[in-house]
Design a protein around this ligand. Structure first.
Ligand code: PXP
Length: 250
């Protein structure tokens, strides 16, 4: 595969809903943000409907399904309730993530290896309904092999450990995490899995990941919504896109 293959940018709009929900009203509207993201060059929109509905709501998912021109990547936990919602909407992609009520964000990857049977049954109807199923996992060969065995088409590598280790510049620890991500992207690709990555990415941390030829999509949310406060959403996304494209073409 050549490194010139296009890298997709999925913009996660969860935290537009976080700001909206801080006041309990309907402003700012995540759907409006999604349309601006499309206009800025996002290749997809990601939204995570959490069990506690702390940000994205059921109505947001319904609205996104209606108005989006680009694919929706619907993030959800492996619960019966979420499976029903996904089967009703049949989004382009479903990303299965671990979820703990007490966590502030999705702190780790899914434990696929220990739950293989259960997850294989869980994702089968989603695939039959036409959604591409992605599994959010740590850069760990056991989890990648298990994701492959259960029939996932895509894995998303959790980049949180790399981003956390990147403190005002590349650190030894960040480099070690990057090597893991690179090697696991190569491994997953060799099994025939499509490789995505995300969590905690920013202008500072995005380039080394964007340069990995096996990575086909980056999902980025919190940083972009934060940066939108200073730059506006469209310029914030355009700058991310530029950094990704530059890293890809080097
Ligand atoms: N990918 C997945 C699977 C996620 O759960 C999240 C966070 O919701 C992201 C990407 C985006 O992470 P961030 O908001 O830190 O950019």
């Amino acid at each position: 595969m050549s490194s010139t293959e296009k890298l997709r940018l999925g913009v996660n709009i969860d935290h537009v809903a976080t700001v909206r929900n801080a006041r309990g009203g309907d402003y700012p509207d995540p759907l409006r943000a999604a349309k601006i993201a499309e206009d800025a060059g996002a290749d997809g929109i990601t939204a995570h409907l959490r069990e506690d509905r702390r940000h994205i709501s059921d109505a947001d998912i319904e609205g996104l399904m209606e108005i989006l021109s680009v694919p929706l990547n619907f993030e959800m936990a492996a619960t019966e309730e979420m499976q029903k919602i996904a089967l009703r909407h049949k989004p382009h992609a479903v990303c299965i993530v671990p979820e703990k009520r007490e966590e502030r964000t999705t702190e780790g990857g899914l434990e696929v290896a220990r739950e293989e049977n259960k997850l294989a049954h869980f994702i089968a109807p989603l695939r039959e309904a036409g959604s591409r199923v992605s599994i959010f996992i740590a850069a760990d060969p056991r989890q990648i092999e298990a994701a492959n065995r259960i029939g996932a088409e895509v894995i998303e590598l959790h980049t949180g450990a790399y981003c956390d280790a990147y403190v005002e510049g590349r650190t030894e620890e960040a480099d070690a995490e990057l090597i893991k991500l690179r090697d696991m992207a190569t491994f997953a690709h060799s099994l025939g899995l499509e490789v995505h990555a995300g969590h905690g990415l920013s202008y500072d941390t995005v380039s080394p990941l964007a340069a990995l030829p096996e990575v086909r999509e980056l999902n980025i949310g919190h940083f972009l919504i934060g940066e939108a406060i200073f730059l506006g959403l469209k310029p914030a996304i355009i700058e991310m896109r530029r950094l990704m494209d530059d890293a890809r073409s080097e």
